[in-house]
Design a protein around this ligand. Structure first.
Ligand code: 3HC
Length: 285
């Protein structure tokens, strides 16, 4: 079983992945582009671990042990001894291709899965940027990673089945996630369904059909969803929602994936949801 894992990026998703891997007992090396981003990622993980302790999900001893298993670096070369890498950086195809090409040259174990947490970009494009596309695949976690039990496993056309199984076994047996497999098509399974749902809710606000509160209450109280689509979009990040919509619309040409003008304007205005303090709701207080 994989023991030494690498996580690329310590933002919302990367920090969550690093946290669950450290809690599961892995030696976790986290890369960030700058020391200040690494420090912010560490603080994010510690805050979430503190919440887990507060909620009685984790003992203080286990929290301290998890923190000990985390190391941060700004040098990708430090990933040479990793047995598996999970990437969760910005959703930019060129940036991801560059990181995977470098990782492929650095990570010595040629059986080490190099996984992307991309929500919508083609895994094949990322794999094809490397010399060893057979070890590149998608491993897509859900926000908040410490709470949601799902992972999507996405082999590219070129991925070696043994590599896929190695990554899937790590995610299920070590991290305790439930895996579902999807083909390398934009949105995989969950976002293929979830994104047009959130976009429909945004169109309803845009057309003045109902208020965000009423739409969210409708789905919470009438369909037993844990949160409504607009609260969810704010949590995912409206810039991320717009980006995924654009990629999916490009892939399928289906209007249900087209980014609503209101969403685009909100992103331009900097109203990107919870992280900016303003989205469909106000988080500034
Ligand atoms: N560590 C461990 N456990 C934690 C935790 C932490 N940091 N924070 C909370 N928890 C646990 C709580 O103890 C609680 O457990 P319990 O049910 O056993 O008591 C549970 O998680 C719920 O926590 P809270 O009570 O604090 O919060 P809520 O009940 O309000 O739930 C939520 C918050 C988990 C975010 C819930 O509203 C939810 O699941 N929402 C939907 C989220 C969703 O759909 N995410 C997918 C987004 S799409 C995506 O990620 C894909 C991307 O590509 C776009």
């Amino acid at each position: 079983m994989v023991q030494r894992v690498g996580v690329i990026g310590a933002g919302l998703m990367g920090a969550g992945i690093a946290e669950v891997a450290a809690k599961a007992g892995s030696d976790v090396l986290v890369w960030e582009a700058k020391q200040e981003f690494a420090d912010a990622g560490k603080a994010r993980i510690e805050k979430s671990l503190a919440k887990a302790v507060e909620r009685g999900k984790l003992s203080e001893e286990d929290r301290d042990a998890a923190v000990q298993r985390l190391t941060f670096t700004t040098n990708l070369e430090d990933f040479a001894d990793r047995e598996m890498v999970m990437e969760a950086i910005i959703e930019n195809e060129d940036v991801k291709k560059d990181v995977f090409a470098k990782l492929d040259a650095i990570v010595e174990d040629k059986k080490a899965p190099l996984c992307s947490n991309t929500s919508s970009l083609p895994i094949q494009t990322i794999a094809s940027a490397t010399q060893n596309p057979e070890r590149v695949m998608g491993l897509h976690f859900f926000n908040p990673v410490p709470v949601l039990p799902l992972v999507e496993v996405i082999p590219a056309l070129t991925t070696d089945e043994e590599i896929v199984e190695r990554a899937q076994n790590y995610a299920t047996e070590k991290l305790g996630k439930t895996a579902i497999r999807a083909k390398d098509r934009s949105g995989f399974i969950v976002n293929f369904l979830l994104v047009p749902y959130m976009l429909s809710a945004i169109r309803m606000v845009e057309q003045g059909v109902a208020t965000p509160e009423d739409i969210d209450n409708g789905m919470k109280l009438g369909a037993a969803h844990p949160m409504g689509p607009l609260t969810l979009a704010d949590m995912v990040g409206l810039d991320t929602c717009a980006f995924i919509a654009d990629v999916m619309y490009k892939e399928y040409g289906d209007p249900s994936y087209a980014c609503p003008p209101l969403l685009r304007r909100m992103v331009t205005a900097g109203h990107t949801g919870r992280k900016s303090g303003k989205g469909f709701y106000d988080y500034s207080k």
